[in-house]
Design a protein around this ligand. Structure first.
Ligand SMILES: Cc1cc2nc3c(=O)[nH]c(=O)nc-3n(C[C@H](O)[C@H](O)[C@H](O)COP(=O)(O)O)c2cc1C
Length: 169
């Protein structure tokens, strides 16, 4: 498992080689096996392969431009219950499963954040919702470009080790 985890890194340049539907299904299935609070599974995944839509998703904020290059973008959100703030953890677990499965399949990805808050505002989520016709009741966590890396990428070392505490702080 550590070897699989070590294959993942954030890729920001993709080739135009397509991703097989069978691989997309495997990545989605990995996501849908994630744990969720009270097993609510509040998540939704929009699989975006359309060129024009990916081009629009690349413009939702300043750090998303490479989403236009990747042949697939997974947009991850949830329809939270009124008192449910665990949707963030639920969707985060789903996203990490998808990133790891993609890496194991030899595919590159990057977690591109979408989720707004009271400080940053919610415009980014609203823009992505508009592109895909997603209802306002759905909160968006992230969009994940996925494809073949344009060039070999670099995985960062684990760390910092000072973050690890044993039997107390
Ligand atoms: C919540 C979250 C939001 C992120 N948003 C972006 C983003 O908008 N654009 C981007 O290029 N990378 C984004 N990243 C990727 C991080 O920059 C990246 O994970 C970090 O630099 C570590 O590099 P690595 O993923 O290669 O280990 C995001 C990562 C997380 C966890």
């Amino acid at each position: 498992m550590l070897d699989a985890i070590a294959k993942r890194y954030s890729c920001r340049a993709y080739s135009d080689k397509p991703v097989d539907d069978a691989l997309i299904d495997e990545i989605v299935t990995a996501g849908l096996r994630a744990p969720s609070a009270v097993n609510r599974r509040p998540w939704h995944i929009v699989v975006v392969t359309d060129d024009a839509l990916r081009g629009q998703l690349a413009q939702v904020h300043a750090y998303a431009g490479f989403c236009a290059q990747a042949p697939v973008v997974f947009v991850i959100g949830a329809e939270p219950a009124p008192t449910d703030d665990a949707w963030i953890e639920d969707c985060s677990a789903l996203v990490e499963n998808m990133l790891l499965q993609a890496a194991e399949l030899g595919l590159a990805t990057c977690w591109v954040g979408l989720r707004g808050n009271d400080t940053m505002g919610y415009e980014t989520e609203a823009r992505a919702r508009k592109v895909l016709g997603i209802p306002e009741s759905v909160r968006l966590l992230a969009q994940i470009p996925c494809g073949h890396a344009a060039e070999p990428g670099q995985t960062k070392p684990a760390g910092p080790m000072e973050s690890v505490h044993r039997n107390g702080w």
